[in-house]
Structures are given as structure tokens and as C-alpha cells.
Ligand binder design. Structure first.
Ligand code: PLP
Length: 376
């Protein structure tokens, strides 16, 4: 399996979650598109690209079980969420709700949107440990007030890897007349999706993480009743068109990541989604368990709320700033030959471990063997 990815064999790549990793056959497919583009740039952009992009868009919408009329490509989840925030016309009466499991850059984007509009950002704490996933729903809903206009909720949280029950959340939020923006940056590929069923007001997800597409490939879904008011961040030739066409051209760029998403999905599908998801879920849990045993630290929660990423708390006294945890990641890479995501969250420091098709138990066991010495 490992040979299908051009990953450095001397490194244990235990951080798929941050930047993904593109398999060689998918890179070859992107190369094919790039060669086509550069064999005749004018023909490619004027005559070939519009239909090719639309075919890719519709195929990917089908994979997500999304209405293709509400689905467009975006460079990444960050851009997609900024797009929604910029289009919403927040006012000083509104609150934007995010949780403390959210991705830092998205919180900053929400903070900026609030500052520009006079709205209020509410960063709501969602406690872990929890007994069950249902508690997560109640905890998010407890952050709503009668001023909450929109809640941005991660499907799979960035710092903790916790999988939120987004279907229940969307339903509850709608019941409280709060718009839902589901940040599914990690969702496509890690979990099965049905965006029609989910029926969120807004959704975004990255294909360059768990679908292993080239970087710069994400999606934005907008529910039918909001499509008129959602415009791209960048005004370009299609500005006077309606959604989805308004997003079809955002200036000269390399659109090959989008064109390659169907091939990436096909590649992963050939590995078998169910088999792959089980492998990743079990391996991530195993990896965290062996490292926790070695460090003698407790599980952050016993509830069954993880998929392809797991979380382990570092012992007291470990670095607890971004600079400190980055330095720790660098030491782990240099001395133990493993790439891991170490970061502070709340008042503590953690390592988030990913498991993807190319990972194996021995990589986590080696980390468990070396980490205690490095932290002592
Ligand atoms: C929950 C979440 N949202 C947003 C992002 C940002 O993704 P991107 O850098 O592709 O925009 C990430 C990245 O890890 C994430 O985990």
C-alpha cells in the first residue's frame, strides 16, 4: 500500500490530517491534465476547461450526494468559509457561534467578519470527556442565544479529531432558527456523506485531505434558499451569473486539482471505502492507545467519537504554546523520524495522530518507544 504514495520511506507520516498525501496514480492524473493545459493553453482555457470542470463538479457532487445545483469547487475550506461569511450581511444584532473545537483560522475569519459588521463572535466551550456523541449536540446548542444568526460547527474537529453528530446538530440549529455552516474540512473520505440528507444551510469539505486529491481542491455547498446571496470572494468574469456559474471562473489559475478530484475519489474507492475507513479508525485508536500507555496518560474521552484521527494528551510540563509544540514536532521528526501534529488546546498540549491506508502499527509503536525519553 505504502508504495502507492511517493512518501519518504524513512519517515513515519502520522499527520495525514493536516495536509493529506497524494498517491502517485493521482499525481499522474494531475500531470496528464497539466500536460493537456500546456500543450495548448488557449484551447484548454477557452474551449476545453468549462465543460471539463463542470463534469468534474457534477461527478463530485454525486459522490457527496449533493444537489449539483448547489455545489461548487473552492480552493480550500478556508476560502469556502470566508466566502460564506463575506456574503451573509451580518449586522450588529447578530451573533456568530463557533466552538472551541473549531479550526483557529476559521475562528479568525469569523472574528474578522464580526468586526467588519459589528456582529458578536461567541466562542463556546464544548467539554470533553463526554459519555456519548449526543452530549456534543446539547453542548453546542447551549451556546445559542436569541441573537445567534449562524453556527459554524466542525464535522470532524481539527484540534481534537472529535466527530460531531452534524445531522442532529443541523436539525437542532434549524429548530432554533440558526443557520448551520458545517466545516467538513476532514469529512470527505473520512466518513460517508449524504449532503442532501444533511441539509445544512452551508457546507464545506476538503478533497485534499482524506480523498487524497491534489492540494487546492475543496467543495462548497449552499442550500437552495441561500444561493442568490452567495458570491465568490473574488469578482471576475462570471460575476453577473447566478450560482453555480458565478463560481466557474475566478481568474487564471491552475484548475487541475479540481479536475483531478474524480480520479482521487476513484483511486480511494478502489481501495474500498468501508475497508479503508475501518482500517483508519482502528489504527488511529490503536496508535493513540500504545502511545498513551507509554506516556501513562489517560484517554481524553472514552466515548466512541473518533474516526481516522485520535487524540492523546501529553504529560504535564510538556510545551504548551504553539511555538513550543511546533518545536516538539520538529524534535519528534528529527529524533524519532515521525511527523505528528502536536499543538496546545485549552490549557494543555496534545498530539493528534492520523491513520491512513499507508500507515502501519509499527510506526505508532516506534513513536511510543521513543516519545517518553524525548519528553522527560
Ligand atoms: C476543521 C478545519 N477547518 C478548516 C481547515 C482549513 O483547511 P484548509 O487549509 O484546506 O483551508 C482545517 C485544516 O486542517 C480544519 O481542520
Amino acid at each position: 500500500m505504502r508504495a502507492l504514495w511517493p512518501l519518504d520511506p524513512s519517515v513515519a507520516h502520522l499527520n495525514h490530517g493536516s495536509f493529506g498525501a497524494v498517491p502517485s496514480p493521482v499525481l499522474a492524473e494531475q500531470d496528464r491534465w497539466r500536460t493537456l493545459m500546456d500543450s495548448n493553453p488557449t484551447g484548454f482555457f477557452w474551449r476545453f476547461l468549462p465543460d471539463a470542470l463542470d463534469n468534474a463538479r457534477v461527478a463530485v457532487a454525486r459522490f457527496l450526494r449533493a444537489d449539483p445545483d448547489g455545489f461548487v469547487f473552492a480552493t480550500n475550506a478556508t476560502t469556502a468559509i470566508n466566502t460564506i461569511l463575506a456574503s451573509l450581511e451580518l449586522t450588529s444584532r447578530d451573533e456568530v457561534l463557533v466552538t472551541d473545537h473549531g479550526y483557529g483560522a476559521i475562528r479568525l475569519a469569523a472574528e474578522r467578519a464580526c468586526k467588519l459588521s459589528g456582529a458578536t463572535l461567541v466562542v463556546h466551550q464544548v467539554p470533553i470527556p463526554v459519555e456519548s456523541a449526543a452530549e456534543l449536540v446539547d453542548a453546542v446548542i447551549a451556546g445559542i442565544t436569541d441573537r445567534t444568526m449562524i453556527a459554524i460547527v466542525d464535522h470532524i474537529a481539527s484540534p481534537t479529531g472529535v466527530v460531531f453528530p452534524v445531522a442532529d446538530l443541523v436539525r437542532e440549529l434549524r429548530g432554533h432558527e440558526v443557520l448551520s455552516l458545517i466545516d467538513g474540512a476532514h469529512a470527505p473520505g473520512m466518513v460517508a456523506l449524504d449532503l442532501c440528507d444533511l441539509d445544512a444551510d452551508f457546507w464545506t469539505g476538503n478533497f485534499h485531505k482524506w480523498c487524497c486529491a491534489p492540494r487546492g481542491a475543496a467543495g462548497l455547498y449552499v442550500r437552495a434558499d441561500h444561493r442568490e446571496r452567495i458570491a465568490p470572494l473574488v469578482t471576475s468574469w462570471n460575476a453577473k451569473e447566478r450560482f453555480v456559474k458565478s463560481f466557474g471562473w475566478l481568474g487564471t489559475a491552475d484548475y487541475t486539482p479540481y479536475l483531478t478530484v474524480p480520479a482521487a475519489i476513484g483511486f480511494m474507492e478502489d481501495l474500498g471505502w468501508e475497508r479503508l475507513r475501518r482500517h483508519n479508525r482502528e489504527l488511529a485508536a490503536y496508535g493513540a492507545a500504545v502511545v498513551r500507555d507509554a506516556l501513562d496518560t489517560p484517554a481524553p474521552t472514552e466515548a466512541d467519537v473518533f474516526e481516522g484521527m485520535s487524540l492523546l494528551a501529553l504529560p504535564e510540563g510538556s510545551p504548551d504554546t504553539i511555538v513550543g509544540t511546533r518545536a516538539l514536532s520538529a524534535r519528534i521528526a528529527e529524533e524519532l523520524g515521525a511527523e505528528v501534529a502536536a499543538f496546545p488546546w485549552r490549557d494543555h498540549s496534545y498530539i493528534r495522530l492520523s491513520a491512513q491506508a499507508y500507515n502501519a502499527p509499527a510506526e505508532y509503536e516506534a513513536l511510543a518507544a521513543g516519545l517518553p525519553r524525548l519528553l522527560s
